[in-house]
Design a protein around this ligand. Structure first.
Ligand code: TMP
Length: 206
């Protein structure tokens, strides 16, 4: 039995990650492969409970350090109980956000360095990284339009536009620094074109 592939989707708010996750899961399953579609924070019972702590309440409920620890704790449970067992039985894991979101959101100016975030990840999740990470990019105007259309705001999502731009820059820097793992995808395109572009990048493994 060969290990499955671990694929993550990253990007700011409103880039269409969840739509793509569903479409990709169906397209990969059509090849007769078991797919586990999951998300962070969450993806296991313990991690979903931590998600509630993170997503609800006032902006100042957690400081940068306690928040980073909660994300790392949620990820540790998700990795141990969902991701590693799935990969071991040969399933593909498609994950809406993973440690790179912590690097961008918690490590991108909240008082923690990238090395701090990766240290938490080493302790919590033995440093597990996806085999491939797709960075979905959209123009600022399109992202704002989609977020407004979606109409939800939660503790993590209620951030100003300049914050979203800093995030986009940070994600782009991470992608440039690790070109073997990351692929950039233009998510301003229609959803079906975005799915096709991602599937083309995964074709070598199918
Ligand atoms: P989402 O379900 O819309 O992707 O929301 C998750 C929110 O949590 C989003 O604002 C990004 C944020 N987040 C972090 O700040 N750090 C993390 O490690 C993860 C996984 C998400």
């Amino acid at each position: 039995m060969t290990r499955g592939r671990f694929v993550s989707l990253e990007g700011g708010e409103g880039v269409g990650k969840s739509t793509q996750l569903r479409a990709l899961a169906a397209a990969i399953a059509a090849h007769g492969i078991e797919v586990v579609a999951t998300r962070e924070p969450g993806g296991s019972a313990g991690a979903e409970a931590i998600r509630t702590l993170l997503m609800e309440g006032s902006d100042d409920r957690w400081n940068a350090r306690s928040e980073a620890l909660l994300f790392a704790a949620a990820r540790a449970d998700h990795v141990a109980r969902t991701i590693v067992p799935a990969l071991a039985r040969g399933a593909w894991v498609l994950c809406d956000r993973f440690v790179d979101s912590s690097r961008a959101y918690q490590g991108g100016g909240g008082g923690l360095t990238d090395a701090d975030v990766m240290a938490l990840h080493r302790v919590g999740s033995q440093g597990l990284l996806p085999d491939r990470t797709f960075l979905l990019t959209v123009s600022t105007a399109e992202a704002a339009r989609r977020v407004t259309e979606r109409g939800e705001t939660d503790r993590m999502g209620s951030k100003p536009a300049d914050y979203q731009e800093r995030l986009a820059t940070r994600f782009a820097e991470m992608a440039r620094a690790e070109p073997d793992r990351w692929r950039l995808v233009d998510a301003d395109l229609p959803a079906s074109d975005v799915t096709a572009a991602i599937m083309a990048e995964l074709a070598e493994w199918l």
